[in-house]
Design a protein around this ligand. Structure first.
Ligand code: BDP
Length: 675
């Protein structure tokens, strides 16, 4: 049990429920074949018997049928599963309008058997584009990747077709992911050259039966770098012609190419603003080149050094005025929060502010700011918190982020997750990080889904359905992100990590070229107080939210204190809800986080009887690292903030183990994920 099989292990079930013994399918398309193969693999594993494939029902069977008269409610990807009888035999019928619906139905049926759900169900995805974003470089490294090298062996493609590519597609299809952006948003133009397109085409061929289309990150200056043009100005006819020809070239090789993801005018990447043009000038030019064949996902993650005000406000300022000006095949891809994938962020104000534009959610699955692949932090709970928040779009209640993302008024909708997988045997660098990939897929399928239910499914399939395991482990998962937020960035603090690697604490960092790269810019701690005032007396970023949404955070006295210092600068003596002064509350929250991290080891130790030795030990080891590093975060942060507050620690709280200078002196030149 090295984790390679993910949640598709199909170990024999203890339950006495008789399982079907044959699979009946009329068609033999590549996708139906994949569905049959998965059912065969799954049912034989779960029942411990050989499962046959037949043309007619003569034994208890699973019957796959593509509907001849389409069922409107199922759409192109939905399915219906019903128990019944045929030829005197019990059957499970999986029906769908399309082959891919049958494959999704097959995976859903296997999931339902393993999790003890009733067989009968009808389901269809609520979001159209459910994509992984790989931040993979052509040299095989992965930006913010903590699970080994890139899965894409660009060097040996297109000839070498690693069987792992098929397992990648199976795993993604099993959770409904239907697209993948192969290369880093910090893109190299080379990925658009003929040799790389030939390599990408092989991946597209491998993924196609599983309903997964490929997309590429496009470097905006590619017409200069590859085409020899003098400009990449989106209004220049030669530039437009170059992209059109490039799109045609791509479609000749990859007929179902999904489209382009673009990071423009952000962190040094080229973009339309280099030519005095706007985001929509750039996005619409690419959209025209693709035509109705594909989409442009234009990222809203933009911030400039020259804007000294508040980085929180920049995406909104640049995009909101252009609502309604993007071409119909453009989505604006917005990170969950306005800063950058912090352990906790309020939802991005753009989600309530661009009703005329399809907004694609961008979550980070790879844990750049939550302890890489070492610390256990279940992100399903994080995603759910963001998706359930009410944006009050158009001043109306009930416009949760989930509903905005589902995009009911738009033809397009999407959710992207920055992938956490690589060549590690267990894919994600640690076993529990598999759950974050899983939860992302399930929530992209249904953004209103429950993180708790999803964790339960995952735990049952990945380990065991035994409730003595599932109940405590799911509880641990559900709490884990809060624990990390407590020991890294309590009470709404954010961006406190050290330079470059983003792993350990660096609240003291004040020496970077731009103010908004420095932790001190975000916490603003001095001898009087701490926090970022984003109300009217400060940067007023709060005003980017609808008036009703502002009420969640406007008053420190009534708000959820987990966001307190995100929006308010308060004195160390400010009295928190507990009655304690802010300084004490801050220290106690750090302390609580570190203690909880240590306690996770105990919970896990009690799980030993239910887990194979290999995974038990691997997880015990990462939890040990986490406990040690949670203490490091706690100690370093308390030492630093105490140097500002000058206050004594609350009674009974242990002093940091080492001096502030010691924590400041630590360096990590070979930390993974940063290139
Ligand atoms: C930040 C990462 C950086 C990415 C950037 C982005 O530190 O590596 O390139 O986001 O999303 O979180 O473009």
């Amino acid at each position: 049990e090295d984790g390679y099989d993910l949640w598709l292990r199909y170990k024999p079930l203890a339950s006495a429920e008789p399982l079907p013994r044959a699979i009946v399918a009329q068609d033999n398309t590549p996708t139906v074949k994949a569905a049959v193969a998965e059912l065969q693999r799954g049912l034989s594993g779960l029942s411990g018997r050989r499962i046959s494939v037949a043309k007619n029902v003569s034994a208890p069977s699973v019957v796959l049928t593509r509907l001849t008269t389409p069922e409107a409610g199922l759409g192109n990807e939905g399915y219906m599963i019903r128990e019944g009888r045929q030829n005197g035999q019990p059957v499970v019928r999986i029906r769908a309008n399309s082959d891919i619906g049958l494959l999704y139905g097959a995976f859903a049926y296997l999931r339902r058997i393993q999790t003890g759900a009733t067989t009968d169900t009808t389901d269809a995805p609520k979001v159209r584009l459910r994509l992984l974003n790989h931040w993979d470089n052509l040299d095989g490294t992965v930006e913010r990747g903590y699970a080994g090298a890139s899965l894409w062996d660009w060097w040996r493609l297109p000839d070498l077709q690693d069987p792992r590519y098929t397992d990648y597609a199976r795993a993604n299809a099993s959770i409904g992911i239907n697209g993948t952006v192969l290369n880093n948003v910090n893109a190299k133009a080379a990925s658009l050259t003929a040799p790389y397109l030939d390599k990408a085409a092989v991946l597209a061929d491998t993924f196609r039966p599983y309903g997964i289309r490929i997309y590429l990150s496009a470097r905006f200056s590619a017409p200069i770098e590859l085409g020899g043009l003098k400009t990449a100005d989106p209004l220049d006819p030669a530039v437009r012609a170059w992209w059109k020809a490039k799109a045609d070239e791509i479609y000749a090789k990859i007929p179902d190419f999904g489209g382009f993801l673009v990071k423009a005018n952000s962190e040094g990447q080229p973009g339309p603003q280099d030519y005095g043009r706007t985001h929509e000038d750039g996005a619409n030019m690419l959209a025209e080149a693709l035509g109705n064949r594909g989409v442009v996902m234009w990222r809203a993650f933009v911030y400039k050094a020259e804007v000294a005000d508040d980085r929180h406000k920049q995406a909104y300022s640049e995009f909101k005025p252009h609502d309604g000006q993007f071409a119909p095949n453009v989505l604006v891809q917005v990170k969950n929060g306005a800063i950058d994938f912090q352990p906790r962020e309020p939802f991005h104000p753009l989600f309530g502010a661009m009703p005329k534009t399809p907004l694609m959610m961008e979550f980070q699955i790879t844990k750049e700011y939550l302890g890489f692949a070492t610390h256990l932090a279940y992100l399903g709970q994080y995603y759910e918190e963001t998706l359930r928040a009410d944006t009050f779009q158009n001043g109306q209640t009930g416009w949760s982020v989930a509903r905005v993302v589902e995009g009911e008024h738009h033809a397009l909708s999407g959710m992207a997750g920055v992938a956490n997988i690589g060549t590690d045997r267990n894919w994600s660098g640690s076993h529990f990080d598999q759950a974050n990939w899983y939860a992302f897929g399930r929530l992209a399928w249904n953004p209103q889904g429950s993180a708790h239910d999803i964790a339960t499914e995952w735990a049952k399939m990945t380990f065991t359905p035994d409730p003595r395991f599932v109940t405590p482990v799911v509880a641990l998962m559900m709490r884990s992100r809060e624990t990390v937020a407590d020991y890294m960035t309590p009470l709404g603090l954010h961006h406190l990590m050290d330079t470059g690697h983003h792993y350990g604490p660096g609240p003291w960092v004040d020496n970077l070229g731009r103010p908004d790269w420095n932790p001190v810019y975000y916490h603003k701690a001095d001898d009087k107080g701490i926090g970022f005032d984003r109300t009217r007396t400060g940067s007023d970023a709060l005003s980017q939210y609808d008036l009703q949404a502002q009420k969640f955070w406007a008053d420190p006295k009534s708000m959820d204190e987990r966001y307190l210092l995100w929006f308010h600068h308060l004195s160390w003596d400010y009295k928190t809800r507990s009655g304690r002064p802010l300084w004490d509350e801050l220290v106690l929250t750090y302390d609580k986080g570190a203690k909880e991290a240590a306690a996770m080891q105990q919970t896990w130790a009690e799980m030993k009887p239910y887990v194979d030795a290999e995974r038990f030990k691997a997880i015990a080891s990462t939890l040990r690292i986490q406990a040690r590093e949670a203490k490091w975060w706690r100690d370093a942060s308390i030492a630093y903030f105490q140097s500002k507050s000058g206050r004594p620690l609350p009674a009974g709280v242990a002093a940091p183990e080492k001096s502030l200078d010691y924590y400041k002196s630590l360096t990590f030149p070979y930390a993974p994920g940063h290139h």
